[in-house]
Design a protein around this ligand. Sequence first.
Ligand code: ADE
Length: 418
Amino acid sequence: MKHDVKDLNLAPGGAQRLAWAENEMPVLRLIRERFEREKPLRGLKIAACLHVTSETANLMRTLAAGGAEVALCASNPLSTQDDVAAALIEHHKIPVFAVRGEDRDTYYQHIVDVLSMKPSITMDDGADLVTVLHNERRDLLEGVVAGTEETTTGVVRLRSMAKDGVLQYPIVAVNDAKTKHWFDNRYGTGQSAMDGLLRATNLLLAGRTLVVGGYGSCGRGVASRARGLGARVLVTEIDPMIALEAVMDGFEVMPMAKAAVLGDVFMVVTGNRDVLRGEHFEVMHDGAVLANAGHFNVEIDIPALEALSTSRRAIKDNVEEFRMATGRRIYLLAEGRLLNLAAAEGHPAAVMDMSFANQALSVEWVARNAPQLKRQVYGVPEEIDRGVAALKLRAMNVAIDDLTPQQAKYLASWEEGT
Ligand code: ADE
């Protein structure tokens, strides 16, 4: 079996980590048990490009239990847990191509390596695999019946491919399931981005001013957790509706040009490029800390930061100092890559449980329905989404009410008023 990981001797530690995560993933475990019995993925070849974490490893096991052949590469050069990658090979015979800290060329080579399995299904987080397939390995497109996409950024890319008529097969936007983005994006990013910030810097947030760039579902998670730690939270937005929500949630909303002067810590999570750029670096105060929790490392204009600085040096793991010509220092965390995975361990397993339950069930659904589907981006079917919510509640031992027959009738009727 071909693979490329850091060190297979790390496998025992990775296996323990995998088991630790599994304890927190009861919904995925139930799906795996059913997959083991029913083998609904038999005959499928799944090429996955995801963050190589203990949670992803549990998803890979689930797909393999369903009868699929699986291969995995990383969706970010800094997010791989090398011990988990080794454990997948040694304990589960799943080929992995991912090494934490791999350079750009190796990152793309690993995508090509995974594609060499000639997949029938793609599973992506950020749409890099789909892009390589459409640009460099078009010869393989014929064999691909469908795909899934995990994240907001990937879904945005895929929707523009579909709009331009270049997307060659149907893809399910797992991100758009409520049991994904309501929880993973908000509580997952909220907690894990704070985790990354604290592990990298050990800063006290109480009393500090933290600027959140973007108040989408990830941004609102970051803002609420930063507030919980005692920070004064400023929000920047480009969407009036969302900005209004941030105001009514009690945050100060202002343009970045103004926030740049005030912020101690900046956390951008917009999915767009150059959210922090030259004009902002020029007015930041000495010691400002910059971090990105969005998918790609484009939100902070690092070339502009470099151009404005006279020196760049590493201070400690995941912290680099840029000294400006004026003597001011600006600190960049994790090379501007997504902080929660580069400096911490990504979202907690309990929330990935729902995201990856949606992944597993969406693969099953899309493989079965592919012949009827167009070359478009599809939402996760409502029954899958609601089913994941119901299973998660059950696993958490939370019961809810049922409508009485009178209530059901009342909701379905229009005659009754006061
Ligand atoms: N994305 C964010 N957190 C993650 C995790 N723990 N595993 C896989 N993908 C993730």
